[in-house]
Each structure stands twice: as structure tokens, then as C-alpha cells.
Design a binder for this molecule. Structure first.
Ligand SMILES: [Zn+2]
Length: 220
């Protein structure tokens, strides 16, 4: 049996990473998937000194201690990823040193050969437009992205609920996410690209077309 695939998904907020992660999970059933966003949300609930600081940072802005994200996801992988399972990394690496450490860790696990680094590329302008225009269903809380076919929905087509803007999609918060991507994540893309390991997907097309391109690239 060959070693399972390990996916790293990178995109700006609004690039459709979450949706494509679901497609990948459906296609490759035995995948261990987690996001660093969830890890930090979980951490801020903890009654610990670290939990307190993370709450403070998430509320007021600022950056967590450099090695915290690495420690959290490495711990998560070490204690959960089964030998026959593939990995789906969502929201990390977010900095160049994290990319290098993830490489070394996956190399240690003899998984580096089967890595697929997928970048769903949408421009800052497109991302900004999608994030300010996306909506959420009041009833079932489904996030309704501003891409076809969803952007034409007048109400939730899954439950009939009313759609509204999300309160945390404020322009300043979105700008902050864009700045972070430009300052930190772009150099990660260069790192993978220089090694010929980056799969670049045009994210400015329908969800189905993005998935078709990802699938084609994985199967190559
Ligand atoms: Zn709904």
C-alpha cells in the first residue's frame, strides 16, 4: 500500500479553501483534517495563562508567540494522525519557518514525497469583494459565499432561511487578514514554488471549476 496523500491548502480568506477542503475529504475518504483557526478558538476557551493571552490577542489584535501554532499542530498530528491516514492541513503553515518545520516533520514521518501543496489564487481585490458581500443564513448558519451559484440566492436554498451580512466581515478586519497574507504567506508560496512543489489553481472561477482543476492537478 502506498503512503497516503498529504494536502496543504493555501488561499486568501474568501478563496474558497473550506469548500474545496470538503471536496478533497469526499474524494480521499481517510483524511485527518484540522485547522489552526479551530485550535486557537479552542485554546482561548481554556482557563490557562496561555488561554488568557490568546483571548487578549484575538480581541485586541497582535500576534501569538511564534512557536505556539507549531506546537499546537504538531501535538495534534502526533496524537491523532494514524499511519494509514492522509493529512489535510488547513490554515497552516502561515509563516515561512512553519513551512520549513512542517517539511521536516513530514519528512520524519516519511510523507514528504506525497505532499500536495495547493494554492487557490484569488486577487486581493476579488477576496475583498467576496468577503464584504458574503452572507450567512439566519436559520441554519450556512455561510453563503459570493460566487456562483450562491451569489444569486435570495434566500437559503437549503432551509429557506433569510440571508444576512456577517458582523465580523468588517472592512478593517478583512484588511488585516489581507495584510497578513501579503506580509507572511506570500513568501511561503515562493518557497514552495522555487522547489517546483506549488500547485497553483485559478480561484476566480466557479466552485465546480476550481474543484475540477484541483482534481486534475492531484491526479497528475
Ligand atoms: Zn439556511
Amino acid at each position: 500500500m502506498g503512503k497516503p496523500f498529504n494536502f496543504i491548502l493555501i488561499s486568501r480568506s474568501g478563496g474558497g479553501k473550506g469548500t474545496q477542503a470538503e471536496f478533497i475529504k469526499k474524494e480521499f475518504s481517510n483524511l485527518y483534517h484540522f485547522s489552526t483557526g479551530d485550535l486557537f478558538r479552542d485554546l482561548q476557551e481554556q482557563d490557562t495563562d496561555t488561554g488568557y493571552r490568546i483571548r487578549e490577542i484575538l480581541n485586541k489584535g497582535g500576534l501569538p508567540f511564534d512557536f505556539l501554532a507549531i506546537t499546537l499542530w504538531m501535538h495534534k498530528i502526533a496524537y491523532n494522525l494514524k499511519r494509514d491516514q492522509g493529512l489535510l492541513a488547513d490554515g497552516f503553515p502561515r509563516r515561512l519557518n512553519e513551512a520549513k518545520i512542517l517539511d521536516e516533520f513530514l519528512d520524519f514521518l516519511e510523507r514528504k514525497e506525497n505532499m500536495k501543496v495547493i494554492y487557490i489564487d484569488i486577487s486581493e481585490k476579488e477576496a475583498f469583494g467576496r468577503l464584504t458581500k458574503r452572507r450567512i443564513c439566519k436559520k441554519c448558519k450556512k455561510l453563503v459565499p459570493y460566487v456562483l451559484p450562491y451569489k444569486n440566492w435570495e434566500k437559503c436554498e437549503e432551509c429557506g432561511g433569510e440571508l444576512e451580512q456577517r458582523s465580523d466581515d468588517k472592512p478593517e478586519a478583512i484588511q488585516g487578514r489581507m495584510d497578513y497574507f501579503r506580509e507572511r504567506v506570500l513568501e511561503i508560496l515562493d518557497y514552495y514554488r522555487e522547489q517546483g512543489r506549488l500547485i497553483e489553481i485559478n480561484g476566480e472561477q466557479s466552485i465546480e471549476d476550481v474543484w475540477r482543476d484541483i482534481k486534475k492537478a492531484i491526479e497528475k
